[in-house]
Design a protein around this ligand. Structure first.
Ligand code: ADP
Ligand code: ADP
Length: 234
């Protein structure tokens, strides 16, 4: 059962210096319920791929299918709906500095029209889930990197997405904090049934939690498959 299928995806950027081929005939599929890794060096095309998955970037050619439906054939309103079923977290957390932890988590809920009292009740449950129940009144600047990422995860799953896209989510964290965040992502995957996509340049992250992986190298998929198969010694 595929949640995402990427088919012959090409993304080019026209720049003053010429055409940049950010993605070149990328094909892959992500199964519902799995933890899928996308690994590659800086500049390989990972962020472009993520932005094509949620259609913040329009592919030059090829297509992305969400639950079998072509994103390029959808109306913008339908794409917004799809985007809403994909949570995102980032390397730099992207929290709203002027809002408390609780209000940060409420934000996406309020955007979709959930009443404030209801949003806050849900945000408190999420804070408990990510282990920060006692920090709801704190501001992001008062938190450690790992705590900020926990808040970002709570915010990303607040609207009950089917998929969580993690773009270098542990790259700014030390090894122990990375382990704890990966553990939280694994729990969310198992307990809430959310498909998790991990974009990283760190092999250890892939080995630690991913079921399957795509290796992206110079805008192409160099290899794809089970992590154990791909990283086992020949
Ligand atoms: P990664 O996330 O793996 O570091 P990116 O997807 O950010 O890779 O970038 C892939 C390639 O596309 C790089 O050569 C980058 O410079 C180029 N690129 C990405 N976005 C743009 C853009 N908006 N305009 C021009 N080139 C871009
Ligand atoms: P990178 O440099 O790693 O590609 P960016 O800072 O360019 O990361 O962020 C990727 C894009 O995703 C940005 O345009 C950002 O505004 C957008 N974005 C931020 N929050 C969300 C979200 N919750 N869902 C989807 N896209 C988001």
């Amino acid at each position: 059962d595929e949640i995402i299928r990427i088919s012959h995806l090409v993304k080019e950027f026209k720049t003053a210096g010429g055409t940049v081929h950010a993605l070149d005939d990328v094909n892959l599929s992500i199964r519902r319920g799995e933890i899928y890794g996308i690994i590659g060096l800086s500049g390989a095309g990972k962020s472009t791929l993520v932005r094509c998955i949620n259609y913040l970037e329009r592919p030059t050619s090829g297509d992305v299918f969400f639950e079998g439906q072509s994103l390029s054939e959808m109306k913008e309103r339908e794409r917004r709906e799809v985007r809403r079923s994909m949570g995102m977290i980032f390397q730099q957390f992207n929290l709203l500095e002027q809002r408390t932890v609780l209000r940060n988590i409420c934000f996406p809920l309020e955007l979709i029209g959930v009443r404030r009292t209801e949003a806050e009740a849900r945000a408190r449950q999420l804070l408990t889930l990510v282990g920060l129940a006692n920090r709801e009144k704190a501001y992001p600047s008062q938190l450690s990197g790992g705590q900020k990422q926990r808040v970002a995860i709570a915010r990303a799953i607040a609207s009950e997405p089917k998929l969580l896209l993690c773009d270098e989510a542990t790259s700014a964290l030390d090894p122990n904090t990375t382990e704890s965040i990966l553990g939280l992502l694994r729990d969310i995957n198992r307990n809430l049934g959310i498909t998790v996509v991990i974009i990283t340049h760190q092999m250890s992250v892939i080995e630690s939690i991913c079921d399957r992986v795509a290796i992206i190298d110079q805008s192409r998929i160099a290899e794809e498959g089970e992590v154990q198969r791909i990283f086992s010694a020949p």
